[in-house]
Design a protein around this ligand. Sequence first.
Ligand code: NDP
Ligand code: BG6
Length: 482
Amino acid sequence: MVSRIIPVEAFDLIIFGGTGDLARRKILPALFKRFCAGQMPSPSRVIGVARGDLGDAGYRDEVRAALKEHLDVPGDDSAISAFLQQIHYVRVDVLGEDGWQELADMLEPGRIRAFYLSVGPSLFGDIARRLQAAGLADSESRIVVEKPFGHDLDSARALNRELAGYFDEGQIYRIDHYLGKETVQNLMAVRFGNMLFEPLWNAQYVDHIQITVAETVGVGGRGAYYDRAGAMRDMMQNHLMQLLCLIAMEPPAKFDPDAVRDEKLKVIRALEPVQPHHIIRGQYTAADGVKSYREDVGNDRSKTESFIAIKTHVSNWRWAGTPFYLRTGKRLKARDSQITVVFKDAPHSIFGPDSGRHNNELTIQLQPDEGITLDVTIKEPGPGGMRLIDVPLDMSFAEALGPEADAPDAYERLIMDVIRGNQTLFMRNDEVEAAWAWTDPIIKGWEARGDVPKPYDSFTNGPDDASLLIRRDGREWRSIGQ
Ligand code: NDP
Ligand code: BG6
């Protein structure tokens, strides 16, 4: 078996916001897992930055607690103790002057430097400016920025301009953690690594495509942010848009950052404006043991959507006339993310009118259980004529690959790509702006019309109108959670 670990050079990773929720839940656990896999070669260091007076010892205590809370770490903690030796802390208020020199003194000349901005976006520009002013960044340094990347097209452009004032585009890593998910990358492997699918991957053979990202969680402790964002800005503009790009794009000439991102950009630019009656927005209501959306965000007049379903088209030669149905929401029936490519019916049924309607469906299941299913039509077993049924050819990655299917968390993959200097799975400036250019008029439209989201019962499929959106076209959503 070939080793799955691609070695990386020693690095310094500086996490601005090293004490925050994202660092505790995602970034530090991901780094610990890479450390355990041998991918944090000594003398690599992780340097947490925040305003508290913690020192190395205090910060290491916090990191230990975070790892124990968010990871199943067996035994005597010796792996954590070893990891903590490579963890440091510097106190900096990024809006002030103090602490920058101390940070500069810590960094090792000539070593890879990655600055991870895990802070609110309003601080991105200040940090970038001060990194340059303090001489901390060199031409090899990388800067990683978290979502949300802008609130609309204007703010995204302003942020791009601000960062471009201090860093080259080749140094900027805009995170969309969906691109780091193993099955999302598998989507490209399935499409471009198999001869089977690509000839059929177009409007001539595909009836429609569905993308669903359903969550059972509510907005949690992020109500203030979420009520300004809603499902459109929080999920559709970025995660679902990226999935749509990977499904719809032309084969890039090679798996290289600009080749892939050029093709994704063409898809976003080919997206048609969405008609108002092709947009369904919803807001979850209270259920046993859970509050309503409005209670969660503390705004009893909120018009922000916690669910959105959209029908759109990619206006190009390959996809002309093929609808793409996208939906995402919180407090739905199950945690279930899937992409389904529904192929057209056979042009003529030799089995007569009673054999029913049968078509092939390829489902790429992203979570919770990763796998791929192809529904094929076969003869129903037994005597009594020629009756047809659809059966799934089911490939669960866990069953097919055993322990090899134990995919790394998206953040593990993405952070290591930053260290390697590989931007393929990160969004480029023009891609982000194109996504906002498509999103803005949709949001402005419902704001101008004063649209209010439809209430829906928690732990269901969302508002009934979302079912009508697709049923009107004689189609059905794939069930959530089956
Ligand atoms: P938190 O509010 O939990 O953490 C913010 C961090 O920033 C803290 O470490 C805080 O430390 C630090 N900070 C704030 N102001 C300053 C300052 N002036 N100088 C130095 N440090 C400062 O936020 P999250 O961790 O939740 O989010 C961070 C970023 O990641 C945001 O952009 C968010 O949108 C994004 N994100 C978060 C997700 C999540 O699930 N949490 C998911 C996807 C993206 P201190 O107060 O001690 O200084
Ligand atoms: C984040 C959104 O980007 O993605 C959250 O801000 C959402 O609202 C999360 O819950 C979903 O990610 P995952 O990996 O759990 O599907």
